[in-house]
Design a protein around this ligand. Structure first.
Ligand code: PHE
Length: 343
């Protein structure tokens, strides 16, 4: 083979190399650049070629050698970088512990109830905790000076501008009033939220607590629809399929009822929970009073509806065996940590 052909062949060979690991780089280096390598041979041969050829190929040969050396260096760099990267991921190392927050017991209960009502077409409505008298009382058929206002010991918020005083809402029925005055039937909402009553704080009662109230208004809604809905709720939430409605009184519903769930009397705890009767009172309910529909701008001749309301603390205390309601509001981290999110 002529010298010129040898150089041409070498050029081709060099450009087609792409070693996959450091061993292959070393093999390449030995083959071409080593003390018995191809370049060594070529330079040896170079000595004996004609001076014409020397001029033509000297530069090319040197250039190819430099190129080969550069390639070896950069391959080495690349491949050893990859190597250290691989080594730095140790899959057997224990992971870093990430502290997870726990869900507040009230939030757990609230989320469960919202989920159940979502499933049957209710959406969530919210409103302000500081309310005016009209939304909390008057629109709900509590006329001024009406004795029913005494059922709910109210916190008043004095207005320094001499305008009408406000109240801390005593129930989330005020949210129902807001929805009824702003939207047209059909209305299907639940209103979860914090409510306030001026009661002595003890292990069983607090001046702050949480409610979820529900409202369904459409043409032809009946008491039977209400009972069916509440039965469904009792089954989903408490896992109990028997309820009873006891006559009761609320200014904004007529007729009104208390809902009891048949809890059973299977063990000592059941006896304690139901005071030995087997029945547990869980909420108030009733058909929305036509006077309430009217004050909210809904035609009571055309529409009817039902409403219900329940406290969340009692359910949370039962479910999680919380002995004192005050624990729910103290935000003691040792208490809060015990509730695992069920997400
Ligand atoms: N608002 C009532 C309460 O706070 C509960 C209730 C709501 C009763 C809707 C009947 C209908 O006690």
């Amino acid at each position: 083979m002529k010298f010129s052909e040898k150089i041409e062949a070498l050029k081709k060979e060099l450009s087609s190399h792409q070693p996959s690991d450091l061993d292959a780089v070393e093999a390449f280096r030995i083959k071409y650049l080593g003390s018995k390598g191809l370049f060594k041979d070529l330079f040896q041969e170079f000595k004996s070629v004609s001076s014409e050829e020397k001029r033509a190929f000297g530069k090319v040969l040197n250039g190819l050698k430099n190129e080969a050396e550069e390639k070896v260096n950069s391959w080495k760099e690349q491949l050893s970088e990859q190597k250290t990267e691989k080594v730095s991921i140790d899959l057997t190392r224990p992971s870093m512990l990430r502290e997870l927050g726990a869900e507040h017991p009230i939030s757990i209960i609230k989320r469960e109830i919202i989920d159940i009502f979502h499933g049957i077409g209710f959406s969530v409505a919210e409103g302000p905790e500081i309310e005016d008298d009209w939304h909390n009382f008057t629109a709900l058929n509590f006329p001024p000076e009406h004795p029913a206002r005494d059922m709910q010991d109210t916190f008043f918020v004095r207005n320094p501008n001499g305008e009408e005083d406000h109240v801390l809402r005593t129930h989330t029925s005020s949210v129902q009033v807001r929805v009824m005055t702003n939207e047209k039937p059909p209305i299907r909402i639940i209103a979860p939220g914090r409510v306030f009553r001026n009661e002595a704080v003890s292990a069983r009662s607090h001046c702050i607590f949480h409610q979820i109230e529900g409202l369904y208004i459409d043409e032809g809604v009946t008491f039977a629809d209400m009972k069916q809905t509440l039965e469904y709720f009792a089954k989903e939430f408490f896992g109990k399929s028997k309820i009873r409605l006891r006559p009761s009184y609320f200014p904004f519903t007529e007729p009104s009822a208390e809902v009891d769930v048949y809890w059973g009397l299977e063990n000592e705890v059941d006896h304690r929970i139901t005071k030995g009767t087997g029945w547990l009172e869980v909420m108030g309910c009733g058909m929305v009073d036509p006077a309430v529909l009217e004050s909210c701008g809904i035609d009571p001749e055309k529409y009817s509806g039902f409403a219900f309301g329940m406290g969340l603390e009692r359910s949370a205390m039962q479910r999680f065996q919380i002995p004192d309601i005050r624990m729910i509001f103290e935000n003691d981290i040792r208490f809060l940590k015990q509730f695992q999110s069920t997400f």
